[in-house]
Each structure stands twice: as structure tokens, then as C-alpha cells.
Design a protein around this ligand. Structure first.
Ligand code: SF4
Length: 251
């Protein structure tokens, strides 16, 4: 890890192994010298290769596309692969696993609750019409409506940042709700407005405190709160239509 002429950094990494629950989580400290331009993920790979082969973390694409290296970096959720060490004023970098999820080992968390909620919103095109012979066309304007939500890489940074999930583990969560809005806005989806009733609950769209932590946490500039607020508006509009036979809100 030592590089001649590199800057001295201290990495403090939370260690825990769910197979040994009697041992409390603790931080391991690694002193390294780094050349400028390295990402947190590069350093993690080198710590594991050169200093401590027992360190556990996930990574895959190294290009902010797979979302697997999400973790807490100096107190904030982020992707290790797109976070340069030199961006921090401090020479001490603290790495912790994403909150709101059980730790399996070190920086690896059990994403089962995240994926369970994601599955609940049926994150795919629901069609009722007969399948077309070719692709289902979409105008540029229609595509623009879903642009930001399509960028989601399912890293779970927003899930880890969500304050509601700390007290309400059954809350559907920002990423899944944003994904639902992505399909509700998609001109090709035919699931219908009634489907929204599945999230018309205090653990669904009404559970969000609109603290915007998910927006701050998202490394891909998705704004999950926008999706949640959009779903709320839709529900209110549908309700007004049913009760008064008119629209109460614009989309
Ligand atoms: Fe990650 Fe952003 Fe998708 Fe949440 S909305 S899972 S933070 S990419």
C-alpha cells in the first residue's frame, strides 16, 4: 500500500461478522500512503490484497453502474468506486456499512428487505394489450418524463439514508416508490391507477417524512422524494375524481 511520495491516510473500517454475534462491531485501522486520484474502492481493494485478506466488501463494475459498493463514507452514503479519497479535507477516512440493513460481514449488508420492497411495486412494464410484433414506441417527450428515475442503479444509498426506515422497517422505501412512479409515468405501462392503492398506506407513499435525505444520498441524481410526491398527487387526484367527478390537481 505504501507509495513513495504519497500522502499518509488513515482508514478506519467497521468490522463485524454476523456468524460471531457475541463479538461487538469494532473499527480496524489501516495506515496507508496514497497517490492522488485513487478512489475509496481502489484503496479497499489494495487493503484487502496487501494488508488484510479478511476484510469484506462488495464491488463489481468500478464505474458507478452496478451500485454494489454503496457504503457510508465519512458519515455519508456513497459509492466507493466514484468517491475520490482526495475529495476529503481530512486524512482520516471512516467507512461503515449502509444503515437500515443487517450486517453480514464488515461492509457487506443483507439487501433482502430492499429487494423485497422493490419486488412489491412490480418494477417492470405491466401490459394488458396483446404483445406487439415489434417494440412499443415512445415519444421523446414521454421518455423525458421518466429520465431521472431510469438512472437508478439500485445501490440502496437512499434506503440507508432514510430516517423513516429507522423507525418503520416495513416502509416501502424511497427507491421502490421512485421506481413505481417511473412505471406510472411510463406511456407504455398499463397497470392502471387502481394499482396505486397498494401503496396508499402509512407504510407506502404516506410514510415519507420528506426530509429529502434520499435525494442528498443518491449518487445518480435521482430524486426519490419527487417520485413519492408525484404518487401522492396522483392518489389525491384520483380520489377527487371519484368523489367530485373532477380533477383537483395537475400531474
Ligand atoms: Fe441508489 Fe439513487 Fe436508486 Fe436510491 S434512487 S437506489 S440512491 S440510484
Amino acid at each position: 500500500m505504501s507509495v513513495s511520495g504519497g500522502e499518509a491516510y488513515t482508514f478506519k473500517i467497521l468490522r463485524y461478522d454476523a456468524r460471531e454475534p457475541e463479538k461487538k462491531p469494532l473499527f480496524s485501522t489501516y495506515h496507508v500512503r496514497l497517490i492522488p486520484g485513487l478512489t475509496v474502492l481502489t484503496v479497499l481493494l489494495r487493503i484487502r490484497d496487501e494488508l488484510d485478506g479478511t476484510l469484506a466488501f462488495r464491488s463489481s463494475c468500478r464505474a458507478a453502474t452496478c451500485g454494489s459498493c454503496a457504503m457510508i463514507i465519512n458519515g455519508k452514503p456513497g459509492l466507493a468506486c466514484r468517491t475520490q479519497v482526495a475529495t476529503f479535507a481530512s486524512r482520516t477516512i471512516v467507512l461503515e456499512p449502509l444503515p437500515n440493513l443487517e450486517i453480514i460481514k464488515d461492509l457487506v449488508v443483507d439487501l433482502t428487505p430492499f429487494w423485497t420492497m422493490y419486488e412489491r411495486v412490480k418494477p417492470y412494464l405491466v401490459r394488458r394489450s396483446p404483445a406487439p410484433e415489434k417494440e412499443i414506441l415512445q415519444t421523446e417527450d414521454d421518455r423525458k418524463r421518466i429520465d431521472q428515475f431510469v438512472n437508478c442503479i439500485l445501490c440502496a444509498c437512499c434506503y440507508g439514508a432514510c430516517e423513516v426506515l429507522r423507525r418503520e422497517p416495513d416502509y416501502v422505501g424511497p427507491a421502490a416508490l421512485a421506481k413505481l412512479q417511473r412505471f406510472m409515468l411510463d406511456s407504455r405501462d398499463e397497470r392502471g391507477e387502481n394499482w396505486l392503492e397498494t401503496v396508499n398506506t402509512s407504510q407506502g407513499v404516506w410514510g415519507c417524512d420528506t426530509l429529502l435525505r434520499c435525494i442528498d444520498a443518491c449518487p445518480k441524481d435521482v430524486r426519490p422524494t419527487d417520485g413519492i410526491v408525484g404518487l401522492r398527487k396522483r392518489l389525491v387526484k384520483n380520489r377527487l375524481k371519484r368523489v367530485f367527478g373532477r380533477d383537483g390537481h395537475e400531474d
